[in-house]
Write a protein of this length. Structure first.
Length: 122
């Protein structure tokens, strides 16, 4: 079931989201100032491509992760999370869209504060 949901997710928009996160990661890597957020962007890209069967957990990070997350939240995280929440509400009104809505909620939580998070398979 997880494979089917991941394939449907990928076909109906996951490839766009994941590709845009890869592009964002490359752009962040090119700029010196964006280097601290580059691994988070690549993590979000992988999660955006195939989110079913994965969970987001906190990784043991130092105090710099908090500072990077605050900066991210102010400049990018809140509107990325809002985007995912709007999509989750739109998908949640249909019964068939509920599993996809839940993935958007997970993406919203991850896009709020991506530094110091890990995505693991269950």
């Amino acid at each position: 079931m997880r494979t089917l949901l991941n394939v449907l997710w990928f076909i109906f928009g996951g490839w766009i989201s994941g590709s845009l996160w890869l592009l964002a990661g490359v752009i962040l890597a090119i700029t010196v100032i964006g280097l601290p957020w580059t691994p988070a962007a690549f993590r979000l890209a992988g999660f955006s491509y195939f989110p079913f069967g994965k969970v987001v957990v906190d990784a043991p990070e130092g105090p710099e992760a908090v500072a990077f997350n605050v900066i991210w939240l102010i400049f990018a995280g809140w509107w990325l999370a809002l985007h995912h929440l709007v999509l989750a509400v739109a998908l949640g009104v249909t019964i068939i869209g509920i599993p996809f809505a839940w993935q958007h909620v997970k993406l919203a939580m991850l896009s709020l504060t991506p530094v110091g998070k890990m995505v693991i398979e269950v």
